[in-house]
Design a binder for this molecule. Structure first.
Ligand code: CUA
Length: 338
């Protein structure tokens, strides 16, 4: 089993992203799915070995010998054999079905009534994720910050089309439905760390870029994060830039305690793992680029990063100059939560 699992692992982990792999489960929900996968693969391998061995034996043992001309004895129907090859698969199907059904129900468990669970309202948008912490009055986008070890109870909706919320190393996927149905499920991340999430339902030209991060932090860090998310907004120091930022950006976005329209909340964007979910912030520039570069890339031409996204172009639609765009990028890069 080990070499087969390893081969499968290599195949599926083609992108080399450890934090985006169902084969390296990081939480109880993902672990039980992985166990189920191992069970079914084991059964498949055993069946395959037995069937191939019998086939090989029959091919060799009953092959036509040199000089043999007459047709061998013809057999039709064998009650005993037919019973065996009906009963064995039936048993296998039952062995697979019992844990699968149990897993399906466990995955759909609604923990929203659990007083200890952190409740998060997830809304899928073309092409970004909104996370609202209903008990704390905090809204954020793209980086889902959660306390390690705690149950997170999700309530999922969509603002537009069908999306699917998926953090492969933590849990299975769940759809956000345009018909108004609210889906609920929960998971927990026992260890601190950053896990990648993806939209798993084709939702438009930038579906492939609809990524997000799950940041699992200590309880204390989580509390601190919530508090700093609610702190009063700090606007750009330059009053002219502040006015531009307010009129161009804050009509949709929110920052600090400034209210927002339908765009992603920008509070603490300087502390996020990525810009727009896909431009990874990496000061070393090895696995991404420094956040300021990413913000500039995004703000100077959002459509080239995420085709079809609904943000107006800061320059052509909102009339900002190159300098103003750079100024806003610098201001946002410096908007950290520390
Ligand atoms: Cu949202 Cu694919």
């Amino acid at each position: 089993l080990l070499p087969m699992t390893a081969a499968l692992g290599l195949l599926l982990a083609g992108c080399g992203r450890e934090d985006l792999s169902v084969l390296r489960p990081q939480g109880p929900a993902a672990e039980s799915s992985f166990d189920l996968m191992k069970l079914s693969i084991t059964i498949m391998i055993v069946v395959l070995l037995i069937v191939f061995s019998i086939a090989a034996y029959v091919l060799i043992r009953f092959r036509r010998k040199p000089g043999q001309r007459e047709i061998p004895e013809q057999v039709e129907g064998n009650f005993k054999l037919e019973v065996i090859w009906t009963v064995i698969p039936l048993i296998l199907v039952v062995i697979l079905a019992v844990p699968t059904v149990r897993e399906v129900f466990a995955a759909g468990n609604d923990h929203s009534n659990d007083k200890n669970a952190v409740k998060v309202k997830v809304t899928g948008h073309q092409y970004w994720w909104e996370f609202e912490y209903t008990d704390y009055g905090v809204k954020t986008a793209q980086d889902l910050v959660i306390p390690a070890g705690k149950d997170i109870a999700f309530e999922l909706r969509t603002a537009d089309v069908l999306h699917s919320f998926w953090v492969p190393s933590l849990s299975g996927k769940i759809d956000t439905n345009p018909d108004g149905t609210v889906n609920r499920f929960s998971f927990s991340a026992p260890n601190e760390g950053v896990y990648r999430g993806k939209c798993a339902e084709l939702c438009g030209p930038s579906h492939g870029f609809m990524e997000f991060k799950v940041k699992s932090v200590s309880e204390a860090e989580f509390e601190q994060w919530l508090a700093s998310m609610k702190a009063p907004a700090v606007l750009p120091e330059d009053p002219q830039l502040a006015e531009k930022f307010k009129s161009a950006c804050l009509t949709c976005h929110a920052i600090g305690d400034q209210t927002m329209g339908s765009g992603p909340n920008l509070t603490g964007i300087g502390s996020r793992e990525s810009v727009a979910g896909i431009l990874l912030n990496d000061d070393t520039g090895v696995d991404g680029a420094p956040i300021l570069d990413n913000l500039k890339t995004w703000l100077h031409d959002p459509q080239s990063v995420k085709p079809g996204n609904t943000m107006p172009d800061p320059k052509t639609d909102l009339g900002l100059t190159d300098e103003e765009v750079d100024g806003i990028a610098e201001y946002l890069a410096g908007y950290t939560l520390d």
